[in-house]
Design a protein around this ligand. Sequence first.
Ligand code: NDP
Length: 294
Amino acid sequence: MNILDGKLVSAKIKEDIKADAAAFTAQAGRKPHLVAILVGNDGGSETYVASKMRNCELVGFDSTNIRYDVDITEAELIAKIEEINADDTIDGLIVQLPLPKHIDPDKITEAIDYRKDVDGFHPINLGRMQRNLPCFIPATPYGIMLMLDYYKIETAGKHAVVVGRSNIVGSPMSILLARNANPGNCTVTLTHSRTKDLKAEVLRADIIVAAIGKKNFVTADMVKEGAVVIDVGINREDSTETKSGFKLYGDVDFEHVAPKSSWITPVPGGVGLMTIVGLLKNTLEAAKGNIYQK
Ligand code: NDP
C-alpha cells in the first residue's frame, strides 16, 4: 500500500503557483484576485472559505471574503455577483455552497460570469469539459486528476468506479476519467443511491472514487486487491481528542481498505488539500487569461 500524499503534492504544486503568481504580478502590476462569497454561518463552509483565503495569501494572490447574513435575498446576491462580474480587478469568483433554502443554487451558478467561474460549476464550463475544450474544471475533480498525474498512476484502460453523482464531484469526476486524455481513458461506472448491488460494482474497480458523504461507507469487502482508492469524503464528528473540537473521517474505511489497496488517499491529508490546489490553479489561469481571453 502506498499513500497518495495530498500534503506533499499540494505543497509542490503551490510552489509553482507562487512563482507563476509573482511573474503575473510583476507584469500586470497587480496580484491575481479571488473573491469568495459566504452566506450564513455554516461551520464547515466557514472553515473551507477561511482555508481558501489563507492559501490565496500563501501563494501571493489577493483574496476577498464577502459575508452575508442568512437572510440576504436572491436578488441582492445576484446584484453583487453582477457587480463583481464587471470588475476587471477581480479574476475569480466563488459562492460557497450550500446556500440557504430560499436561494436557488442553479440561478447563482449561472449568474457568475463563466470567465470568472473558478469553481467550474457554470454550465458553459461543464459543457466545455465534456467536450475536452479549455475550461475551468471543478476544483475537487481537478485536484484528483493532478494527484493521479503527479504519481503517474496508470489510468488508460482501467475500470474506474465513481460512487456519488453530485454536480461538484462525482459527475465531473466520471467525465474526466473517461475523457480521451492522460490521466483519463478509463472505462467508467458512475454509481449512486439507486445502483443495484453497489458492492459488486465497486469490487470490479481498478480505481475507486468515493464521494458519498458517509463515514467509512466503502469497506474492505467492497475493494479488489490492488485497487487505487480515492477518498473524497469529509465527514465531521465532534471529538474531545482534538483542539478544533471535531475530527474528520473519509467515506472509506481506511484502516481495513488500505492494506488491500495499491494506492490510497488519507483523510485528512488527501483530496481536500488538492481541491485547494485546483481552485488556485483555476484562479491563476483566470488572471492570466489563458482559458478565456480577457
Ligand atoms: P452529495 O450529497 O451532493 O452527493 C452524494 C452522492 O452520494 C449522491 O450522488 C448520492 O446518490 C450518493 N449516495 C448517497 N448514499 C448512497 C448510498 N447508500 N449508495 C450509493 N450512493 C449513495 O455530496 P458531495 O458530492 O457534495 O460530497 C460527497 C462527500 O465529499 C462529502 O463528504 C463532502 O463533504 C465531500 N467533499 C469533499 C471535498 C474535498 O475537497 N475533499 C469537496 C466536496 C465534497 P443520489 O444522487 O442517488 O442521492
